[in-house]
Design a protein around this ligand. Sequence first.
Ligand SMILES: Cc1ncc(COP(=O)(O)O)c(C=O)c1O
Length: 392
Amino acid sequence: MEHTYYRDTRIEVDLDAIEHNITQFRRILPVETKILAAVKADAYGHGAVTVSLAAISAGASHLGVAFVDEGIQLREAQIRAPVLVFGYIPPHAIEAALSFNLTFTVFDLNHVRQIEQVAQRLRKTAKVHLKVDTGMGRLGIAPSEVISFINQVNNLKWVELEGIYTHFATADDENSDYFDHQLHLFEEILQQLDELGIEIPLRHAANSAGALRMKQKWCNLVRIGISMYGFQDVSNPDVKLKRALSLKSSITQLKCLPKGSGISYGKTYTTSTDEWIATIPIGYGDGLPRHLSNKGTALVGGTRVPIVGRVCMDQVMLRVNKAMPVAVHDEVVWIGKQGAEEITADEIAEQIDTIHYEIVTRLGSRVPRLYFQNGQLVSTRNALHSEEGNKR
Ligand SMILES: Cc1ncc(COP(=O)(O)O)c(C=O)c1O
């Protein structure tokens, strides 16, 4: 296969892990429960198009994105599965959302009326999911407003209420009191709809952690994000997930700097003796957090080595031990396994006081993605230039 990237830093995505993780959920969920794969934010940094295809082939029926542009990206890749846009679709984006068959999230009647007007003009029914705020305090209408909202939406000719949903604020907390409270509020609404004979085909609440708790008997769809990528924040004896993403580079330069040498901007690190310093072509411009300056580690030759000095935009330095068998071009692992050692996104998150979601999601578009199946490289993605560009 021809190279479609020329960098020594890359993200490797194991598509078998994505498929395995979806299959794990398929196994624990009732057969009638559908799986929506959350592929917003470029599939949490893993690459939206290829991950969507892998998720669909493993049994996901729906996809979820945050914005219309993310939905269009999927449609332009010929992906035809239903795509729910979790976020607000502003008036200027309604026509695009309809043209690309994206499903709306709604929580404001004026917005629904705007959707109706555009849908009528285009002669195209708009599918919408009503968002209920049961305690996340983000998007959604109050539970008390649901019935009247639905009645008004059901009077519209070009808007079809296909779904109703809510989002949990604390599904991954050990203490499930607030989760139970939100779930109870939502199930009360669904029960009320049943009693009133109001049928809404898709009812959903659970994200990954919620689905791992498996309590929502009134729902028939789950929205799986972080666990599809292999992160398990709630234990479930029947589920064992696999990490899909590794971040790797290789050594660009290796040199011995004498005692007292400064390393990187601001000279925040000075060698305390003769030290072997490896320069690596990755920086905060790729999503390697600058907060890892003088703090983070990488794997080289199966051993952990420290970042020294500040992380630059495109490069960073590691202190290696020359007693190690280390050479220019050797592999450096930032996230993933090397030999018996592993650095996880969770570990990095803890070092800089954030969450694993942010660590993988911030990995930049200029890092090429390499996709593996059965241990073989099956495709690459380079957002900087096309395959055609490479051949010129
Ligand atoms: C509305 C909605 N549903 C589902 C998800 C997926 O959540 P998770 O990645 O925790 O599974 C998200 C992500 O934050 C979301 O915003």
